[in-house]
Design a protein around this ligand. Sequence first.
Ligand SMILES: *Cc1c(COP(=O)(O)O)cnc(C)c1O
Length: 371
Amino acid sequence: MSETAKSRAAALSHLRRDGLVAGDPIPLPLTMASIFHTPGVETGVDQYGRYDNPTWRAVEHALGHLEDARCVTFPSGMGAISAVFFALLKSGDRVLLPADGYHATRAMAERFLKPFGVVCDTRPTPTFLDGGFNGYRLVFVETPSNPRLDICDLSAIAEAVHGQGGILVVDNTTMTSLGQRPLDFGADIVVSADTKAVNGHSDVLFGHVASRNADIISKVTDWRGMVGGIPGPFEAWLVHRGLETLEVRFDRMCSSAETIAQRLSEHRAVTGLRYPGLKGDPSHNLARVQMERFGFLISFELASEQKAEDFINNCSLMQAATSFGGVHTAAERRSKRGDAVPPGFIRLSVGCEPVEELWKAIEASLEKVSA
Ligand SMILES: *Cc1c(COP(=O)(O)O)cnc(C)c1O
């Protein structure tokens, strides 16, 4: 991580410090309230829970500190992504999405944007720049893409999109603001499923929109207040708490993933291994330029669906589960979820377990399926 990223992470635990008076709790109090004391014609104070809540403000302040941008939070990653689409697009607009990114983003656009007259095209992540961006109001990328871990050039895309008068939205879920900083490369908006590594404990769904453009933030905030797709204060409180250990967890997960990817690359049962941190991976050179770390996701194939299932289910330090970014190492055969990948394709999310113990468990399970 760069020095600025480190100093941002260090300051995170002390954001409340300046506002404290003697006797205040150091940790964030949880405010569960739909109504607030509002005598007379008071403005500029909390009035009603669909518009504001002190616990949201605290988590938005913390996320905004890491993003170096304004943040608006949502009850899920898809809540954040749909807020961007519905608050900023109108009938007749064209949108470009990754053909190989998170499936629900494409499905939502197809089923709910299209009927409103928004034209939705898709393009594969590795060749995302090809064809240019003429006529696109909004271009959406996910890098590394989920689940194949291909990447695309953020600054080249931002420049080309802006040249055609469009806006660039980046789904930064797989990397978090500690691992990759799309706004610094020219993106207009970052969306993130904080359900994953940001919360990190697999007990909450949450999401956020980050932008340095005041007009975008105002439209997305307005959308949330009107539509009522608001985060619960308790979920916001849990994410705030998760954020306090994000740097430690993310650092451990990325370091372990580097070790494990290298060892998987030397294992005879493993094919099609992808990890941006591996020299020789198609994503590696660009990853070194635009990513602060190489992430905690690894993808690879075993010879069959059965071998992949057995590998996951027999590994003592691995959860068979969808999703990623939690403290527990987890893996899933992605064709099960409809991704266009071979039946033995596995997405592995490396967790916080001590790495040598984790590798021993992975190796033992691999040996069983490759005997
Ligand atoms: C999980 C995920 C989402 C959706 O997040 P939810 O919190 O499940 O709505 C969006 N994008 C990516 C890349 C994801 O992995």
